[in-house]
Design a protein. Structure first.
Length: 343
């Protein structure tokens, strides 16, 4: 982030991109780390222009940024319960981090967490409708931890047709054929594939509810606030960040298992869709997210100024002592000259 030293509004910012999303065919023989190396080189060259550097690269940038002398912060976006991360975290005890949920921190509590900043999105991307849809929505990757099998079973038990908007990753095509396709036969399941932002708003807005039966420590779960923005309640399993995002009985229901989920689906019709939307506007807009990050930047910039003051203070004391020493030497030299001039 580039701007005035006091981070006063309006804020100026700079953006560096790694080029990982380049258009066209991939370059033969290019390692994925090559664009990141170029990115970090550009950051190092321009670091002096910034008050704060905000990174989203997980860990690879930490050794470099610690040497630049510019305040920086890292937002972690993935799961942190992987075994190797304990070793990595011990190597950077003072590096500041922002989590996207409080639950995300649990495996690495020893990190220097400076804030939790929930994701946000522009409120105009979707508007709430008072009309309740007639299907249950599932939006996400086709993977066991995302719970598509449970979503189909729940929809069948609730008597509502499920619509699945999901990407089938290459390494998940076998799972889709073996576990998902058999469940879709004869159950009015509609698989609509991957959807863009415009189609996503319509897909979620016309659903009776979003089903979120995850089985992993979800760091945030963006689809929950996307549904919330459309006024669509969410029935979600109590995993990861879910209890932080869903206000139980307001924007949806937090459940433990399929039995509770089935009961919750029946009660989603009792939730006011405009109150669901209001919960989004209160907690998950892009503006709120930006303002939270500005507070983080201010704090980091202030701490940097305090460190500089502490570093300057000993130097000032040393300079004062040196001046006193010079004055004493000069006084002694004067007395010596006077003594030499006496008869």
């Amino acid at each position: 982030m580039a701007g005035a030293p006091r981070l006063t509004r309006p804020h100026r910012r700079g953006s560096f991109r790694s080029g990982l999303r380049r258009r066209g065919p991939p370059v033969r023989g290019q390692t994925p780390l090559a664009p990141i190396a170029n990115l970090l080189a550009a950051v190092a060259a321009e670091a002096h222009r910034f008050d704060v550097i905000h990174c989203h690269l997980d860990w690879i940038h930490l050794p470099l940024l610690q040497l630049l002398g510019v305040p920086f912060v890292t937002t972690t976006h993935g799961r942190l319960d992987l075994p190797y991360l304990q070793h990595v975290a011990r190597g950077f005890p003072e590096a500041p981090f922002v989590s996207i949920s409080n639950n995300q921190r649990e495996p690495l509590r020893e990190l220097n967490w400076v804030a939790t900043v929930y994701h946000g999105q522009p409120p105009q991307t979707c508007m709430a409708s008072s009309e309740r849809g007639d299907y249950l929505a599932f939006l996400g990757r086709i993977a066991p931890e995302k719970g598509p099998e449970a979503a189909i079973r729940l929809a069948a038990a609730a008597g509502l047709p499920p619509r699945i908007a999901a990407k089938v990753p290459r390494d998940g095509s076998g799972y889709f054929r073996e576990r998902i396709e058999p469940l879709m036969e004869g159950k009015r399941v509609e698989f609509v594939g991957e959807v863009g932002d415009k189609d996503k708003a319509e897909f979620l807005g016309k659903a009776a509810a979003l089903i979120f039966p995850i089985d992993w420590p979800e760091p945030f779960g963006l689809v929950m606030i996307e549904a919330m923005a459309c006024g669509t309640p969410t029935v979600a399993y109590r995993r990861g960040s879910v209890p932080e995002i869903i206000e139980d009985g307001v924007s949806g229901f937090v459940v433990e298992d399929e039995t509770q989920a089935l009961a919750a689906i029946a009660h989603t019709q009792d939730l006011n869709r405009h109150r669901v939307r209001a919960a989004f506007e209160r907690r998950f807009t892009a503006r709120r997210m930006a303002e939270d990050y500005v507070q983080v930047y201010r704090q980091l910039a202030w701490e940097q100024s305090q460190r500089r003051i502490r570093l300057m203070t000993p130097c000032s004391e040393l300079a004062h002592a040196a001046l006193e020493f010079v004055d004493r030497v000069r006084l002694l030299q004067r007395h010596r000259r006077l003594a030499e001039q006496r008869p």
